[in-house]
Design a protein around this ligand. Structure first.
Ligand SMILES: [Zn+2]
Length: 248
């Protein structure tokens, strides 16, 4: 067999941006995560500890997503080319990373201060610069009574505070659909964008003031520069749909 050039980090040996991204992510974060065992799903005690916390399932699921770095804060979205800016919308001082949202933002610090957990948080963040890793190391510490709430266990409180921060601080908040004013129609648009292929699609839907369907459209696009341009195309397609059904 003749020698050939191969990229060992993808299954087919072909270079892809996605595989290089995963490689860089692992280089920057994976080793640290493995070191504290927060990401080793087979052996880490963190998952057993997490699922045994005395908090509602939605809080455990949020913490589980946080430990996997799957929180849509601006820093994470910008890193994945899904957002053009990464600055924290609350303090506008730093990048809105997971660590910033949960621990380093001024608002987060105030909450930890009120809960009497500021020293523990500061110690975890001093030890681990990555927010995900700091959260893992906090939850790996033995359960004890919370400093200011003796009826509450410390790790339950940390998990609940992390979940509470989901509201208002994390980049994307989902809002339910709201009706338009009487005698008006409402247009909703969205775009799906794949940064590797630079392609994707848009969809648009028009509903009248009681929420009943009026019209919908979908389109595909190629060779689009970024996610913001894809959103702009979605809006353009939506306005074309509005015009085609005789609304203005
Ligand atoms: Zn901030």
């Amino acid at each position: 067999m003749e020698d050939f050039v191969s990229w060992q980090y993808s299954k087919l040996g072909i270079f892809t941006v996605k595989s290089s991204y995963h490689l860089e992510w692992d280089h920057q974060h994976g080793r640290k995560l493995r070191r504290t065992a927060t990401h080793d799903t087979s052996n880490s005690p963190i998952w057993k500890i997490l699922w045994s916390l005395n908090v509602p399932a939605k809080i455990k699921i949020h913490c589980w997503r946080s430990l996997l770095g799957a929180i849509p804060c601006f820093g994470v979205l910008a890193n994945r080319n899904m957002q053009n800016f990464s600055q924290c919308p609350i303090c506008q001082v730093d990048c809105e990373s997971i660590g910033h949202v949960f621990f380093k933002c001024q608002r987060a610090k105030q909450i930890w201060e009120h809960l009497g957990l500021a020293p523990a948080i500061a110690a975890a963040c001093d030890l681990e610069s990555e927010g995900v890793v700091a959260l893992g190391s906090l939850l790996l510490q033995p359960q004890e009574k919370a400093p200011m709430l003796p009826d509450v266990l410390r790790n339950d409180l940390i998990a609940t505070a992390i979940w509470a921060k989901k509201k208002g601080s994390v980049g994307i908040e989902r809002h339910g659909w709201q009706k338009s004013k009487e005698d008006f129609v409402k247009l909703n648009v969205d775009a799906a964008y794949d940064v590797d292929t630079r392609g994707g699609g848009t969809c648009a839907i028009i509903r009248e003031d009681r929420g009943f369907f009026v019209a919908a459209a979908k389109c595909q696009f190629q060779f689009v520069e970024d996610a913001a341009t894809a959103e702009a195309i979605a809006l353009q397609d939506g306005l074309a749909l509005v015009e085609s059904v005789g609304c203005n």
